[in-house]
Design a protein around this ligand. Structure first.
Ligand code: CDT
Length: 308
């Protein structure tokens, strides 16, 4: 048995005016709860440190850059790293990253129990659009403010388990999980900011949106025989509601823990990494069963091409 007690630290809304320091104080409060519950690892959402700023149209690059971090840890987040190290809890969280050479990414990091960053992932599947869209009820400008990630989907050995990360929209793409599955991933951590309403289909219900979120993550877990921890930023951010529904899914695709509120909330589960073994050695033993000679289109082609 390789048990890791995992905390999914859902965050309630973060308003435009909230400071990084105030957010970090909330993250530390969740970390305190996690320590009490015996967590070894705590996962926070996408863009944890700020409001979901891609909903706002901005033309001034200095204003855009004000939402980005140029180093990690930095003065605002150092207390979080210190606290996590003090507890011996590994953490993962998302933030907007501006690199020294001026690139902008939607990024997540993973630490070990000593507070060292051991993994970094940059969001590959950026949803939304890059120009102001008058047809939408609200904007989703990730394609304007971020570049697609340049690191692929790496997997790291951390705490005696193979771990990988994804971010929000990535969770809807089977390729995300499979590329990590092919590296033996046992735990996929992902944070999200999913609006509660569809900006292009106003009558789409929340129930359907939660279902699609669950479906994507539980399928990824089952089909790759791994744990998936999906963590929301939830609640009303300056009049824009974000869906909650954080879950922990086991390698059979069952939801073993689910958040019940749309605020700051910690859910936990003792996740045995050895539960991945059966699926990886039987029905999803990729080496024996995959037929790559028929999968060429997956990487050769992006959009649909109908047969002649
Ligand atoms: N943050 C993020 O990736 N959100 C998307 C919503 C896309 S709607 C244009 C998601 O897939 O949840």
């Amino acid at each position: 048995m390789r048990e890791i007690v995992i905390g999914a630290a859902q965050m309630g809304p973060i308003q435009k005016a909230d400071t990084r320091e105030a957010v970090v104080a909330r993250m530390i409060a969740l970390l305190d709860q996690a320590a009490e519950k015996g967590c070894d690892l705590v996962v926070f959402p996408e863009l944890t440190l700020t409001t979901f700023f891609p909903r706002w149209w901005m033309e001034d690059q200095a204003e855009v850059d004000s939402w980005f971090e140029t180093e990690m840890p930095n003065a605002a987040t150092q207390p979080l790293f210190d606290k996590a190290k003090g507890y011996g809890i590994a953490i993962s969280f998302g933030y907007a990253e501006k690199t020294p050479d001026g690139h902008h990414y939607n990024t997540s990091i993973l630490t070990d129990r000593e507070g060292n960053i051991v993994g970094k992932y940059r969001k590959v599947h950026l949803p939304g659009h890059s120009e102001y869209d008058t047809e939408r009820a609200f904007q989703h400008l990730e394609k304007r403010y971020f570049e697609p990630g340049d690191l692929g989907f790496p997997v790291w050995k951390n705490m005696d388990a193979w771990m990988g990360m994804a971010i929000c929209n990535d969770r809807r793409w089977p390729e995300t999980y499979r590329v990590m599955g092919l590296q033996g991933v046992e735990l996929v951590m992902l944070g999200y900011n999913t609006p509660s309403v569809n900006s292009q289909m106003s009558d789409e219900g929340l129930e359907k949106r939660i279902y699609h979120s669950d479906l994507s993550m539980t399928a990824g877990a089952y089909q790759n025989a791994c744990w998936v921890v999906g963590v929301a930023k939830a609640g009303d951010e300056d009049g824009h509601p974000l869906m909650a529904g954080s879950i922990i899914a086991d390698p059979n695709g069952f939801v073993v823990a689910r958040a019940e509120t749309d605020g700051d909330e910690l859910i936990t589960h003792a996740c045995d990494m050895d539960l991945c073994n059966f699926g990886k050695e039987t029905i999803f033993d990729f080496k024996r069963h995959r037929r790559v000679e028929h999968y060429g289109r997956i990487t050769a082609q992006t959009g649909v091409e109908y047969p002649e």
